[in-house]
Design a protein around this ligand. Structure first.
Ligand SMILES: [Zn+2]
Ligand SMILES: [Zn+2]
Length: 468
């Protein structure tokens, strides 16, 4: 080789080595304490660790399918489906888009996928130690886990009127309380917990500093030992908030703000879905949590309203939903409910409250998702018990609860408002009175039919939604 060409080539080679160092860094990855080995080493790019696809998915118990034509990988672990496409910055978890800082890519003919996204989507916890360049993965049971908890979990929606207080009795002797009702409910809440043998609360969650949520907490803190408190980090200038903070301080326990922590007790996990976001409305600061007991999930929405609901990330599907903000119109948006798809919706609400909670529109939306509605104003205490595979709902009062409010006939048209089906004089469809379209017909426009034949004879056809 020409002597003059030789030197610049060496320099070029050195230059390449020096400036490609960031992509050559090889972090150590451990899963449940065991170091993982990869045939193509893990790399770090833009603070994202990429690892070979099959190795990570299969060690986390997922099955993997690769579609060569679309360059897409689909991984399935009971209850969770993940889709990643080579070179695309949007991945999908159970159909919901998730943006990736670094997309999946092909390196040395191996598909490399972002480690943290994959692990967390499959319910594992991921920690990064920058000093030792080590990534620690713990495959704790979170959404998607099929491991049934070893025991029974009971969730009590305590009837505290126009307020929230939820007691969770976990297998073993672990107890959680989410909110404590109004100040006036202090005795009710304390006695309820005592009656269920509570000595220590392993975790106390104060969703946000409104009185109907923290009012009873000073008495709870004064009566029971509390091991850890998580709240919204939002403060208030009220007397009840001062009492709550004084008692929380006096408890001397761990007291932190919500920051997407995950707590686990045996095979039960409680995920905090909210963190340090800032909002205009205090209600939106509500700590939102998802309790995962095997195949049964609960979502506790506090008083979170539509903006906070829309900001919730990841899988929020749940069999049982504690409806946000006492069933107000400001919560339970269609897009939120379509992600949760509850089978049971629980509204914590007071008889004859001045807010008009729960709103008729919210009940209609809940019914449209196919969920059964329970309300503390009508049902009293509502207790859901699960073994991780099935659940039962038991209430104090077993009065039949109308899923949607019964339409009161307008006084001017009493003779019209009877019948089996209802239509509108402005359309040609007839409905069951419980149909959401029937609910929207103004009483002055209603036309009632005693039978299908009568409706058909009048030129009306069956609604495609309620299928009368
Ligand atoms: Zn409230
Ligand atoms: Zn509130």
């Amino acid at each position: 080789m020409n002597k003059h060409l030789y030197k610049p080539l060496i320099w070029a080679l050195l230059f390449c080595i020096i400036f490609s160092v960031p992509t050559l860094a090889t972090p150590t990855v451990t899963l449940d304490g065991k170091q993982m080995s990869f045939d193509v080493p893990a790399i770090i790019e833009n603070n994202t660790t990429l690892v070979p696809l099959r190795a990570i998915f299969e060690s986390l118990g997922a099955t993997v399918e690769w579609n060569d034509q679309t360059q897409t990988v689909t991984a399935i672990k009971t209850g969770t489906q993940i889709k990643l496409t080579l070179g695309q910055a949007t991945a999908y978890k159970n159909g919901s888009p998730v943006s990736l800082a670094v997309p999946a890519k092909s390196i040395n003919n191996r598909t490399m996928v972002p480690l943290r996204f994959v692990s967390e989507a499959l319910g594992a916890q991921v920690n990064w130690d920058g000093y030792t360049q080590t990534i620690t993965i713990l495959s704790v049971p979170t959404p998607g886990s099929t491991m049934p908890p070893s025991g029974i979990t009971t969730v009590h929606f305590i009837d505290v009127g126009q307020a929230d207080a939820i007691y969770i009795d976990l297998p073993g002797n672990d107890d959680i309380l989410i909110d404590g009702g109004n100040v006036a409910d202090s005795t009710t809440v304390v006695n309820y917990l005592k009656a269920h043998g509570v000595d220590t609360l392993e975790l106390l969650i104060a969703t946000h500093p409104h009185e109907d949520h923290i009012g009873g907490l000073p008495s709870v803190l004064e009566t029971f030992k509390v091991n850890e408190i998580v709240d919204s980090g939002m403060t208030a200038t009220t007397n009840i908030y001062s009492r709550y903070t004084a008692d929380a301080k006096a408890e001397g326990c761990t007291w932190v703000a919500d920051n997407r922590q995950t707590f686990t007790w045996g095979n039960v996990a409680l995920q905090i879905l909210t963190g340090p976001e800032t909002w205009q409305d205090v209600n939106d600061y509500s700590v939102v949590t998802r309790l995962d007991c095997g195949n049964i999930e609960f979502l506790f929405d506090g008083d979170a309203e539509a903006p906070a609901e829309a900001a919730l990330q990841g899988d929020i599907s749940a069999e049982i939903l504690k409806v946000g903000h006492h069933g107000s119109t400001s919560s339970s948006s269609y897009s939120f409910l379509s992600r949760v798809m509850p089978q049971v919706a629980i509204v914590s609400v007071g008889t004859g409250n001045t807010y008009g909670h729960p709103a008729a529109g919210t009940l209609t939306k809940l019914q449209a998702t196919g969920s059964k509605i329970y309300r503390t104003d009508l049902n009293g205490n509502i207790v859901v018990t699960t073994d991780g595979n099935t659940y039962t709902v038991v209430t104090d009062k077993t009065l039949p609860v109308p899923a949607v409010p019964v339409i009161t006939p307008a006084p001017t048209t009493p003779a019209q408002s009877t019948g089996v089906y209802v239509g509108s004089i402005k359309s040609d469809k007839y409905h069951y009175p419980s149909c959401r379209y029937a609910q929207a017909i103004l009483s002055g426009n209603q036309i009632w039919f005693a039978s299908e034949a009568e409706a058909l004879a009048a030129g009306y056809g069956p609604c495609g939604v309620c299928k009368p």
